[in-house]
Design a binder for this molecule. Structure first.
Ligand code: SAM
Length: 231
């Protein structure tokens, strides 16, 4: 069987790939030709190179497969990405926003940031890495000109929703969107994960967001959810 690719029916610059064995995967068009980021497979179909997007490695891909209604990350947009690590999901966000969009990446672990710079940002002109603590947005506000369309947050901190809202206050445009990957165990190990998700959604509501969806990420990520909201 030949590999087949088709655009995702709902989401721009996200693709559905059927592999030789009939398995279905998500993919994005590779903005850095010939380079992969986390060992993902590169596939060339009709002159276009795609990167297979592993939902077990990327919560955004997992959320899409679990029925996300809105992916508020579009071509030409600016995204502030909190908790970029070594670039697995940020690189797919970079593919989606394309060369006229931009991804501002905040990461406080030096080693992860070095890998992000050396393996990812060097080959992608639409990404800017910052070694900074996402709890202190004022420390990197001078590096981001204008407002962003979306703030994506995956930091595994005790007060994730607050941290995200604090960044949105500084950087998010009116009517902009946020995506929050909630790790329930980072917040409260004694509570049921669903209770923690609702608690974080409530924080966002109190901070002026309309929560559109809370997506449980099982089986891709245990005790994690993705919250999508708009202000
Ligand atoms: C789960 S990993 C992120 C994975 C990444 N989002 C992806 O999908 O490829 C969480 C990252 O957040 C970073 N982090 C945690 N707290 C942070 C903070 N206060 N400021 C910046 N980065 C933080 C950690 O160092 C870690 O690299």
């Amino acid at each position: 069987m030949q590999v087949r690719v088709k655009p995702h029916p709902q989401f721009a610059e996200i693709y559905q790939i059927t592999l030789e064995d009939g398995a279905h995967r998500l993919a994005t068009r590779n903005l850095a030709l010939g380079r992969n980021v986390y060992g993902e497979r590169l596939i060339r179909v009709e002159g276009v190179e795609y990167r297979v997007w592993d939902a077990f490695r990327s919560k955004l891909a997992g959320a899409i497969l679990k029925g996300l209604q809105t992916v508020p990350i579009l071509p030409d947009q600016k995204v502030l990405y909190l908790g970029a690590a070594s670039g697995t999901t940020p690189s797919h966000v970079s593919d989606i926003v394309g060369e006229n969009g931009h991804v501002y990446c905040v990461e406080f672990a030096q080693r992860s940031l070095r890998e992000l710079v050396d393996n990812v940002c060097t080959y992608r002109l639409n990404m800017s890495p910052f070694l900074a603590d996402a709890r202190m947005p004022q420390k990197y506000s001078m590096f981001i000109s204008g407002k962003v369309d979306t703030v994506y947050c995956d930091v595994a901190q005790p007060e994730q929703a607050k941290l995200l809202a604090d960044n949105a206050d500084v950087f998010l445009k009116a009517g902009g969107w946020v995506m929050l990957a909630v790790k329930s165990q980072s917040i409260d190990v004694t509570k049921a994960p669903s209770e923690v998700y609702q608690q974080e959604a409530k924080v966002l509501k109190k901070r002026g967001f309309r929560v559109e969806q809370v997506v449980d990420l099982e089986p891709y990520d245990k005790a994690h959810a993705m919250i999508v909201a708009q202000r």
